[in-house]
Design a protein around this ligand. Structure first.
Ligand code: CDP
Length: 216
């Protein structure tokens, strides 16, 4: 039986991983899951219910009730506050455990899948055929995210955006449960000097090399 083409795209905030993952999914005709939306949805649900983001028991209960097809309000899920809330609830081991099965079920669809996040290549799909770790300098990532959010009308000083990105990096890489780390067999893609087309092209070549290696 041919091994399914699972593509794992990990990396820090605004590194370009979401754009690359979506483009790869389109290119290979695979379903795509932005796993950050799951953590964002958990964070927002807690806030909407006036519960603390530090309440690990409530956060886990919300995560257990979440469905992949319940992530509708993408505009709200991708705003600045939701990103911050996501990175806080993502540190609860119970939340990560609650979201594990659903992510693994998505990854293991018969034809393959593309997932992006922080722990796809390490925890969710360690057997993925292609693994990318996408990064860029904090300054470049802060600028990308600032452009994205200000274009949508969010009013944020650039310095605050940069502080957000650095704080989020520290929290994601420093947590005990599934910290953000490059998998040993992931290929590093530094997009600091790359536009979208160049980054996608580099990513596609990494996946092609993996396909050849695995005979896919
Ligand atoms: O788009 P951006 O990189 O800013 O954020 P995201 O990918 O939507 O993730 C938001 C937050 O969720 C991250 O800062 C992580 O703390 C958390 N996350 C995670 O822990 N594991 C994942 N697989 C995906 C996101």
């Amino acid at each position: 039986m041919t091994r399914p083409l699972i593509i794992a795209v990990d990396g820090p905030a605004a590194s370009g991983k979401g754009t690359i993952a979506a483009r790869l999914a389109h290119h290979y005709g695979l379903p795509y899951l932005d796993t950050g939306l799951l953590y964002r949805a958990v964070g927002l649900s807690l806030q909407d219910a006036n519960l603390s983001l530090d309440d690990a028991v409530a956060a886990e209960a919300v995560a257990r009730a979440l469905k992949v097809d319940g992530l509708h309000d993408v505009e709200r899920l991708t705003d600045r506050g939701a990103g911050e809330a996501a990175s806080r609830v993502a540190g609860h081991p119970g939340v990560r455990d609650a979201l594990l099965d659903l992510q693994q079920a998505f990854a293991r669809q018969a034809g393959g899948a593309v997932l992006d996040g922080r722990d796809i290549g390490t925890v969710i799909a360690p057997d993925a055929a292609a693994k990318l770790f996408v990064m860029a300098t904090p300054e470049v990532r802060a600028r990308r995210r600032w452009l994205q959010l200000t274009a949508r009308g969010e009013d944020i000083p650039f310095e605050d955006m940069l502080a957000d990105i650095i704080r989020r990096d520290e929290r994601d890489a420093g947590r005990g449960a599934a910290p953000m780390i490059q998998a040993g067999d992931a290929v590093l893609l530094d997009t600091t000097e790359m536009g979208i087309e160049t980054a996608f092209d580099a990513a596609r070549r990494i996946v092609e090399a993996a396909r050849v290696r695995h005979g896919l």
